[in-house]
Design a protein around this ligand. Structure first.
Ligand code: SF4
Length: 66
């Protein structure tokens, strides 16, 4: 899995940080999401999928093919 955030979309709502703090953090300067673990282990896939679903602006992609 490859997790990315489209920073042209991210509005810093931080839902992803609340949903999957193991994978995301918020950059204090930009106020936007940072992907801490771009290639999460399988036990974090559910959290990654939940973060994708929970982002209000569809900024998160979790590509399961890669
Ligand atoms: S939930 Fe979406 S908009 Fe909010 S910080 Fe995460 S990626 Fe950005």
């Amino acid at each position: 899995m490859q997790v990315t955030v489209d920073l042209s979309r991210c509005q810093g709502y931080a839902n992803c940080v609340g949903t999957a703090p193991e994978i995301f953090d918020l950059d204090e300067e930009t106020g936007q999401a940072v992907v801490l673990v771009p290639e999460p282990p399988t036990d974090l896939y559910e959290a990654a999928r939940a973060a994708v679903a929970g982002c209000p602006v569809q900024a998160i992609t979790a590509d399961e093919e890669s």
